[in-house]
Design a protein around this ligand. Structure first.
Ligand code: ADP
Ligand code: MG
Length: 251
């Protein structure tokens, strides 16, 4: 295991019991993510992507296996410890934004700080700084219904980052956006996270969105089938990746 491993999943299984049927959402996942990694998890619908994020964020318990984040075993934590873990270390970006409709952008972004005991003036100052960072300085007092989808998701990004979490999880963050807005929103996410040296674990069913990651983890029927390092050289862990341009250049 690398020295800077932040997230370590060991033979993680998750079974949902639906009536008399067992649904095997994760069938033994082993994965290490280093601090500062920008990772995409790609797979078609039903492959276990959301389940993987939910167990990593401590929103759901694993059925078996271990999840060690920053040296702490999630599967051994109590509900109270999991809540503390999420408040301290995790930011979450949702497909459907999950903003409070009657709150302004500023109130939405400041909300996660209200659990920290920070005075209101300081909470607002931080929330304003985050909104400025995502390019919404002029929209602080807008409510979600008065903003476009791309703007709402930028509020979602600011809210995920306002507590200065070490890890950001994003579940299909551009799933409700058109393709040009998706690119814009992805650039906002990636630029801020790189700048702040945060770790991103993002799930998507869209190859183009997955390519924003440095590491693309392929999930199929609850199992990792491939991990592609998305470097300029384009290599996988095991073998050189054949790139379209190589064929053209060598032809
Ligand atoms: P993805 O996000 O890749 O579309 P999910 O992780 O949502 O996949 O789902 C993986 C499998 O687990 C699917 O077969 C899905 O129906 C099932 N599943 C997910 N959540 C639940 C749940 N709360 N109860 C029962 N089955 C579930
Ligand atoms: Mg999903």
């Amino acid at each position: 295991m690398q020295e800077n491993t932040l997230i370590d999943m060991r033979n993680v299984k998750k079974v949902y019991h639906v009536g008399s049927v067992d649904v095997h959402a994760l069938r033994g996942v082993d994965l290490q993510i280093a601090s500062g990694d920008i990772c995409s998890i790609i797979g078609r619908s039903g492959s276990g992507k959301s389940t993987m994020l939910n167990v990593l964020a401590g929103l759901e318990k694993v059925s078996s296996g271990e999840i060690i984040i920053a040296g702490k075993h999630l599967e051994r934590m109590t509900q109270g410890e999991l809540i503390m873990f999420r408040q301290k270390r995790v930011g979450f970006i949702f497909q459907s934004f999950n903003l409070m409709p009657y709150y302004t952008a500023l109130e939405n972004v400041a909300l996660p700080l209200s659990f920290s005991g920070m005075p209101l003036a300081q909470r607002n100052k931080r929330a304003k700084r985050m909104l400025d960072l995502v390019g919404l300085k002029t929209h602080m007092n807008h409510k979600p219904g008065e903003m476009s989808g791309g703007q709402q998701q930028r509020v979602g990004i600011a809210r995920a980052l306002v507590t200065d979490p070490q890890i950001v999880f994003a579940d299909e963050p551009t799933g409700n956006l058109d393709s040009s807005t998706s690119d814009e929103v992805m650039h906002v996410i990636i630029n801020i996270l790189r700048e702040q040296k945060k770790t991103l674990v993002m799930v998507t069913h869209d190859q183009h969105i997955a390519e924003f990651g440095d590491k693309i983890i392929h999930l199929l029927d609850g199992r990792i089938t491939d991990i592609v390092i998305n470097a300029k050289e384009g290599t996988t862990q095991n073998e050189p990746r054949v790139r379209e341009t190589e064929g053209i250049l060598n032809a």
